[in-house]
Design a binder for this molecule. Structure first.
Ligand code: NAD
Length: 242
């Protein structure tokens, strides 16, 4: 079996300044990776990079801005010489019954949660193709596998991330680039503070914490998953199996 170690690997995590993204950053760093924390939250991102030390840098990145993507990839190459792992994690959520879902809300959630993932994949592929390897990990949701009332834009974006991951996995396998999607269930973060998990039927009996996703991300970043591409990883305490 190939190892889970990430020594010398360079990983860029969008939305890495807080929440689940920060847990990914910590786990990848703990496993030996050099990490690029990319976010619009400059203070939180810079503080996390400073805490982790010289194998971590922060770069300001609004994932909806194509030009900022080129700069972020360049910053990663400048700091650490390559980019081996991209975790497209940045996301927002909004909810409304369909007749009250404004075009602005729809556009905003599609821009961050779907177009931002497209921009990220497109930006890193030339570097990954040149080095003949790479792992792209796209964060979808259980809402990318089923419908939920009110979450129309979010669900459309997360289904889109799932489909984009599969088409990319097929196109990029010949270049040694693996692409997988991860589908978290209910995780306690700022995104979910207004939702009471008590009514959710979670077989493992508790809501998730950001650290519950860490093992899946380290696995997908590492050589332990060297034959895994185009796959969908549900991490939800068993919630949608029922
Ligand atoms: P969060 O709100 O705590 O963190 C989201 C992060 O994304 C923040 O750091 C934020 O600054 C960043 N971000 C937002 N817009 C951005 C932009 N335009 N450019 C760059 N960064 C931006 O939320 P979270 O719960 O940690 O969510 C992380 C990811 O996990 C999201 O994609 C979310 O859809 C997904 N997810 C979350 C849950 C959950 O229950 N919390 C479940 C399934 C999927």
């Amino acid at each position: 079996m190939s190892g889970f170690g990430l020594d010398e690997r360079v990983a860029l995590v969008t939305g890495g300044a807080r929440g689940i993204g920060a847990a990914y950053v910590r786990a990848l760093h703990e496993s030996g990776a050099r990490v690029v924390i990319a976010d619009i939250l400059d203070d939180d991102g810079a503080a996390l990079a400073a805490e982790l030390g010289d194998r971590a840098v922060f770069v300001h990145l609004d994932v909806t801005d194509e030009g900022q993507w080129d700069a972020a990839v360049q910053a990663s190459v400048d700091a650490f010489g390559s980019i081996d792992v991209l975790v497209n994690n940045a996301g927002i959520a909004n909810a409304a019954p369909i007749e009250h879902l404004t075009t602005e809300k729809w556009d905003a959630v599609i821009a961050v949660n779907l177009t931002g993932v497209f921009f990220g994949c497109r930006a890193v592929v030339p570097t990954m193709k040149a080095q003949g390897s790479g792992s792209i990990i796209n964060i979808s949701s259980v809402e990318g596998m089923r419908g939920s009332p009110g979450l129309h834009g979010y669900t459309a974006a997360k289904f889109g991330v799932r489909g984009l991951s599969q088409s990319l996995a097929v196109e990029l396998g010949a270049f040694g680039i693996r692409v997988n999607s991860v589908h978290p269930g209910f995780i306690n973060t700022q995104m979910t503070t207004r939702i009471d998990p008590a009514h959710l039927d979670i077989p493992l009996g508790r809501p998730g914490e950001p650290s519950d996703l860490a093992g899946t991300i380290v696995f997908l970043a590492s050589d332990a998953s060297s034959f895994t591409s185009g796959a969908e990883f549900v991490v939800d305490g068993g919630m949608i199996a029922g």
